[in-house]
Design a protein around this ligand. Structure first.
Ligand SMILES: C[S@@+](CC[C@H](N)C(=O)[O-])C[C@H]1O[C@@H](n2cnc3c(N)ncnc32)[C@H](O)[C@@H]1O
Length: 343
């Protein structure tokens, strides 16, 4: 890590970057920290719509050129990578349980996780900051999780994990994720009494506060489509006659009255619907707008502030996929802040 007279610079490589959840959180921390400055030196991403979204929002340190995308992580020649102090990444989790895999489902070699190890063994960043789905640490996947922790120890990292839920940190979305943070053992490892779990933050704003003031009409289902939902879900005619705007959980077939949203997932799997008080006796039932997706992923999007820019050519499905696969940036900011205050 380089140290200027004012701030210590943490150079970051953002693997599996998506829209750059780590970058967005680090930008917030850069604004408020007097001691630290995070600087991304490169990223790795293969999906073109994610790359376009990333480049529209994150620039290199000189604020002029786009950051270098190193592309497919499996093809990176590690000797060409710049030096960095922290590797971040939410490594795709699907491969872990692929039945019939050549290496067997408990062997993390042959998965994208192995690419993180390949890079970190050579570049030896001081810190590793990773994310995955909670399922990785439970049930059938638990041995894989334990393998991952063992491998990090073998390559010289002192590592801890935690599971955080966005709704416990101020954003009204049930989104549980597993987080890993490691420090190189030869540089002292994690401090004594290191805590990976920040104190909870009381939720003061609920789903209504995250919804558009005037949602676009094309988000709404027709009365015929809503009648079909009521029929298939076995609901009475007045089921959607609510007093305030709430989430309807399409999967569990019920209105959520706690004013918290279900997990945002890519649109093809998304179970979130918004139900609003009827107008002229007609049900008001719709999908989320793109801004609503991103607000629920922790972004400030209002009349005064817009933390994320969408490139012109992106569709509802593409942007919705990015939100569904992304890091909820409020929780990432709180977690990174909590971690680096202890180092
Ligand atoms: C869980 S998402 C990461 C989300 C990201 N942290 C964010 O905040 O948006 C995993 C990402 O890894 C990318 N990915 C998958 N295989 C990859 C590979 N071989 N090399 C680089 N990126 C890859 C996917 O396109 C996807 O955007």
């Amino acid at each position: 890590m380089a140290s200027t007279s004012k701030k210590t610079i943490v150079r970051v490589f953002e693997g599996f970057a998506g829209y750059g959840g780590a970058s967005f959180a680090m930008k917030r921390l850069n604004k408020k920290s007097k001691k630290l400055r995070f600087e991304v030196v490169g990223y790795s991403e293969i999906c073109q719509s994610a790359i376009d979204l990333y480049n529209a929002n994150h620039k290199s340190c000189n604020h002029k050129s786009p950051l270098k995308n190193w592309g497919d992580i499996t093809k990176i020649d590690v000797s060409e990578l710049p030096n960095f102090d922290m590797f971040t990444g939410g490594f795709p989790c699907q491969p872990f349980s692929s039945a019939g895999s050549r290496l067997g489902e408990l062997d993390p070699r042959g998965t994208l996780f192995a690419e993180i190890i390949r890079i970190c063994k050579v570049k030896k960043p001081k810190y590793i900051f990773l994310e995955n789905v909670v399922g990785l640490s439970r049930g059938k996947c638990k041995p894989t999780f334990e393998n991952i922790l063992r491998i990090f120890k073998e390559i010289g990292y002192d590592i801890q994990t935690t599971i955080l839920n966005s709704k416990d940190y101020g954003v009204p979305q049930t989104r549980q994720r597993l987080w890993f943070f490691g420090v190189r053992q030869d540089l002292g490892g994690l401090p004594n009494n290191f805590s990976m779990t920040p104190e909870k933050v009381e939720m003061t704003e609920f789903i209504e506060d995250y919804l558009d003031a005037n949602p676009a009409e094309d988000l709404y289902k027709s009365q015929r489509q809503v009648d079909h939902v009521k029929e298939v879900h076995n609901k009475p005619a007045d089921y959607f006659h609510v007093q305030e705007r709430l989430c309807y959980d399409y999967y569990n077939r019920k209105i959520r009255t706690d004013r918290v949203c279900m997990t945002i997932t890519p649109p093809n799997h998304n179970v979130v619907r918004i139900v609003e008080p009827p107008v002229n006796g007609q049900d008001r039932f719709r999908k989320l707008s793109i801004d609503e997706h991103f607000r629920l992923m922790g972004f400030k999007i209002n009349e005064k502030e817009r933390e994320i820019i969408y490139p012109d050519n992106q569709t509802y499905i593409q942007l919705g996929e990015r939100a569904g696969n992304g890091w909820e940036i409020n929780v990432v900011t709180i977690l990174l802040d909590h971690i680096f205050k202890q180092l």
